[in-house]
Every structure is written in C-alpha cells, then in structure tokens.
Design a protein around this ligand. Structure first.
Ligand code: AGP
Length: 608
C-alpha cells in the first residue's frame, strides 16, 4: 500500500520527507519519489526500487527546499516504473500530487480529460487527479482540489502543491488514511503516525470527506463542501515502534484487525457498481471458461486451506470438479492435466518455491494457470497466465491472517464468475450471493469486538500441550487452519481433523487434558458435528466451539462458545476463521511467544 508524506516549514524538506518515507516502508512499496517546491519551480525525482535508489538520485540533483511532498508506491494500476511512480504533475508542471488509494472511475475521467487536451505520461489512476485539479485551478488550489475530490470515486489520500503557492500544501481524504503532524511553525503530512513521530506527537487525524489547507502559519480544515471543521489535537502516547503497529502490540494483531478493510479492498475491483463481476487480469475468455473440465488448486500452508474453501465454492456454484493439492506433492506427482484444466495457484507472497514449481509443471502439461496473490510484481505474476490480486495490503506477521480471508473472498467471487458464465447461476442469484459477500467486512468487525471472551478462553488453556481441531464440510478447512495457526505461533501440538474421522483413530487421544476446538456453525452437517461434540465430551475433553449466533443448544455442551453473525454456509469460512486466529494469538501471547516471527518460519518460503 502506498505511503504519502509532506512537509512545510523553515527546514530543508528533503531529509525530513525521506525519513518519513522510511517510517512508512512497512506498508510495502516498489518505487518512490519526491516533489520539492523551491525558487518558483517544482522539481520531481522518482526512482524504482527501494529508498536508497531515490536517495542516490536526490544526492545527484542536490535538491533542497522548504516545501515538498513524497510517496512510496505499491503498484496497483500500471507496472512499477519510474513513469508510474509518484509524484505526478499536470500538463504545465505547475501542480504536483501524491496519492494513496485507488481511483475507480479513472478511465472515464482520463478519457474526458484527454478529450479536453490533457496529456498523460503514466498508466496510473493517480495522474487523473492532478489533471483534474489543473482543470479546476483558477488561482485557488484548495478550491481546485475540492472540486476534483468531488469527482473522484474510490479511495484517496491526496497531497497537492502548486508553483503559484510556495507556502501551501492542500490535502484531502476519503477512505485512505491521512494525518497532519503539528510542529512549531512547521507541519508534516503522512499516511501514518510513525512518519511524523520524530518531530511531533501532536496530530490532526483527517476523517473521510475532509481536506486541509496547510501553510507555515496554520491549518484550516474543511469538508469537501467547504464547511469548516473544528478538530481536537490527538496526542500520540506510543513510541516509534508501537506507532508502526498502529498502537497494536504486534503486527499479527494489527493485521487481524485490518481484515474488514482488507476484504473491502479485495472486493473493490471485482464487484462493479453495475452488478458485474470483473477480473481484469484473468486472461481467460468466456469460451475458455466454458471449456474447463476440471480445476486443480495448488498451494501451501494457509493458502492451501483457502484452496479447500475455494473447492467448496466452485463445485457448489459453478459445478466444476475441483482437486486441491499441496504444491510440494503436486510438483512431484504425475497430475492428469490438459488444455481444458484450469490450475489455480494460491500464494500470498507470490514467491513460494513449491507453488511456482507446480505452476511450471502445470504449464508444461498444457494447462492454463491462474495465480492468486497479494504481491504485485511477485514471481507468480510473471509465471501464471492470469492473475487475481487480493488487495490485503502488506502482511508483516509471518502468520497469514488477512491474506487468507482475502484469498477466500477472491475465490468466492471467482466461483461466482465461473458459475455465471457457465450459466449455473443467473444474474439475480449471483447478485444475491454477492450481497452476502459484501456484508462480510461488517460481520468480521462484529466478531473482532468479541476478542475479550476469546482472550479469556486462551488464558484458561495456555498450559495445555495438545489440541484437536475438528470440522466438517466448510468447517474442515477452518479447523485445519485453526490448528496450523495455533502450532505455528504458540508451538503447541495441534491437529486438525475431519470430525467424522475421529472414530477411525484420533478419538484415542481424547482425555480431559486435550481440549477440542470444534467448528460447529449451522450447516447441513450441524447435527453430525453435535454428535461429535458429545463423543469428545463423554471422554472428558473440554470443548471450545465456533457456532452460529442464536444457537442455544451448543451452550449446553461446550465450555466456551465463540459466536458468529448469521451468514450463508459456504461463505461462513471467512467468519469462522477469525476467532481461531485470535485464539491462537492469545494462546501464543500467554506463553510469551514472538507471534510476528515464530521460530524456524519465514514469510516467503523461496526454497524447496
Ligand atoms: C501461514 O501462517 C504460514 N506462514 C504458511 O503456512 C504460508 O501460508 C505458506 O508458507 C504459504 O505461503 P504463500 O501463501 O506465500 O505461498
């Protein structure tokens, strides 16, 4: 996700902006740039790669000035190139802009602006913003940004400067974070608090539809409609490191809490306003889709669990047979594939060696390959024929959390798309399911508010050495993921099992020292899972259940119940996994483990 910074004051802005960008590195980026206003002109320096490349270029240019804006770009529209890096300028190099977010109506706006003679130099959505501001600019930068902001659809945090105003930065926000640090005769703009903490702990946090006019003399905050906003100063109490984690104790917890937003971002480019489903980079024609005779999903670890959920959705809605294989097995198997097989390779990092090898194997056998990844420009984006992006934002914690729920959501939407094209679902049916999917972020939010109870249960079980996680149907991948999360961050032995398999072996493990976590949401196998709960209770085990709200039965048999808001069975996996992430997190914290960097594990497994 991009990061923006800005400075206005009496000091040289260049080192301040660079330092600010460094503090935003955690957001992930592939290019960076600065625009400095000095001596009546704006100089822009941009580089691909990390900030040291930009620093080298700045040193060569000997850039210096009291006012500037800066940006780290995580490519969404257009490749990570110098031309696409921010800041972007208008036709006359009079106005310069940095932007974080996605402008959904940029193609439309671009067309209109080009018709009016504007010349574009990048593939980005951002460039329309600066040309739009230029279009409205009649000497008042605030008014021009205000008018432009009203035309933009999507999300944006924008900072704009103009050659005519050597002492002014204008910022605006909708659905992307933006803060202003208040110094002594100087102001700092940033996407996040860590970027300004070195200079000030006094912050204005802009809300959606708010904008500000910032000069060395002061700040004026107004709404997009021009109404003045009186705002309290937010005093930051955290130190630098805590601030990067947004006040959360760890990245993992922050990322768990970011899930509602991450899901929204993942859905944003896939569900259009006109009830259509869009996969921009799929590279599959409708005919290709009609010809698919089998889907093979390959992935590792948590991504494999997303694949199991994807199987349920694709088979249920699109009626295509799906196999799900662990990449390290698939690559050395002798899979039966042909040109009508669609291989879906899921990898949040886009770099997992086994999955990439599986992609090669599939392509060698003539199958079409779609990658699902969170990282733009990662290897899978070059190796696969088509790509589906989850837009979860950078995930720093080694344990996959928000990338998993976004993979599931991407797979649900993909399954709907296949079903629609293959005519197993009509427009009304697709829209009804889409509506349920669109409600997931609010429901995840609701689950997160129950964190206290989950923590309490973890405190109770922190000394246990073995756990069993059980599920059936759509609950099985959730149980497998719950077990993986617990073992990888708390180092407790945990096994995920199909509940129906219990009596074929694992039931021998059950006694009063082995708590059993059961995914027992309302589904076609609900009664069966209640039976499984009785079996483990009869052998003295404690039961922690994930259940649907309003289920009073479960209270009678389970020791702890984590309730989920009501949702259709197939998409309930996104909800059911959240309490188990929190459970694993609190268990690990109780045991004093480093949840962000568990022993022996890496965020991307680039070796076999
Ligand atoms: C999940 O918490 C783990 N870190 C791990 O299982 C991970 O999902 C696996 O290594 C696959 O990674 P990928 O999605 O980047 O391919």
């Amino acid at each position: 996700m991009c990061g923006i910074v800005g400075y206005i004051g009496s000091k040289n802005s260049v080192p301040i902006l660079i330092d600010g960008l460094k503090k935003l590195e955690y957001r992930g980026y592939d290019s960076a740039g600065l625009a400095i206003l000095s001596d009546g002109k704006i100089d822009i320096v941009r580089e691909v790669g990390n900030l040291s490349h930009l620093e080298n270029a700045l040193n060569k240019n000997e850039l210096c000035g009291n006012l500037g804006i800066g940006h780290t770009r995580w490519a969404t529209h257009g490749r990570p190139t110098k031309e696409n890096a921010h800041p972007h300028a208008d036709c006359k190099n009079n106005i310069s802009v940095v932007h974080n977010g996605i402008i959904e109506n940029f193609l439309n706006l671009k067309e209109q602006l080009m018709e009016r003679g504007h010349v574009f130099h990048s593939e980005t959505d951002t460039e329309v913003i600066v040309h739009l501001i230029e279009e409205y600019y009649e000497g008042d930068l605030l008014a021009a940004v205000q008018n432009a902001a009203k035309k933009l659809e999507g999300s944006f945090a924008v900072a704009a400067i103009c050659r005519d105003h050597p002492d002014l930065i204008v910022v605006a926000r909708k659905d992307s974070p933006l803060i202003i640090g208040i110094g002594n005769g100087e102001y700092f703009v940033a996407s996040d608090i860590p970027a300004v903490l070195k200079h000030t702990k006094n912050i204005f946090i802009l809300e959606d539809y708010e904008m500000a006019k910032i000069t060395p003399e002061g700040i004026c905050i107004v709404t997009f409609d021009g109404e003045e906003v009186k705002k309290d100063i937010f005093k930051v109490e955290w130190d630098g490191e805590a601030a990067e984690k947004g006040g959360f104790e760890d990245f993992m917890l922050k990322e768990i809490y970011e899930q509602p937003k991450a899901i929204k971002e993942t859905m944003r480019d896939k569900f259009s306003k006109e009830d259509e489903i869009i996969f921009e980079k799929l590279q599959l024609s409708e005919e290709d889709i009609r010809n698919i005779n089998k889907v093979v999903i390959i992935a590792c670890g948590t991504s494999y669990h997303a694949g199991l959920v994807g199987k349920e959705a694709i088979e249920h809605w699109a009626k295509i047979p799906v196999e799900v294989d662990i990449s390290s097995e698939f690559r050395y198997s002798d899979p039966i594939l042909n040109e009508n097989t669609l291989v879906v390779a899921i990898t949040q990092s886009g770099e997992t060696a086994d999955t990439l090898a599986g992609v090669k194997e599939a392509k060698n056998k003539g199958a079409k390959v779609i990658g699902i990844t969170n990282v733009l420009g990662s290897t899978i984006t070059r190796e696969a024929d088509g790509i589906i992006y989850t837009h979860a934002g950078p995930e720093i914690g080694v344990a996959a959390t928000k990338t998993l729920v976004c993979q599931m959501v991407a797979l649900y939407i993909f399954a709907l798309y296949l079903a629609k094209i293959r005519k197993y679902l009509n427009t009304e049916e697709t829209s009804a399911i889409a509506k349920d999917i669109l409600m997931l972020p609010d429901k995840v939010e609701e689950i997160l508010s129950g964190n206290g109870k989950i923590k309490e249960s973890a405190e109770n079980y922190a000394n246990c050495t073995d756990f069993l996680f059980l599920g059936r149907g759509i609950g099985l991948p959730v149980a497998l993921e719950g077990a993986l999360k617990l073992k990888e961050i708390s180092y407790i032995h945990a096994e995920g099992y199909a509940a129906g398999e219990m009596k074929h072996g694992p039931i021998a493990l059950i006694d009063d020292g082995v708590p059993v976590v059961v995914v027992a949401t309302k589904s076609k196998v609900y009664e069966k899972i209640l039976g499984n709960i009785q079996e483990v209770k009869a052998r003295g085990a404690d039961v922690v259940a994930v259940a649907s709200c309003g289920d009073d039965e479960i209270e009678k048999v389970a020791d702890y119940v984590f309730y989920l808001p009501e949702t259709p069975e197939i998409i309930s996996a996104v909800l059911a996994v959240v309490p188990l992430q929190l459970f694993a997190y609190h268990m690990a914290k109780e045991r004093g483990c480093n949840v962000d960097q568990p022993r022996n594990l890496a965020k991307s497994v680039t070796v076999e």
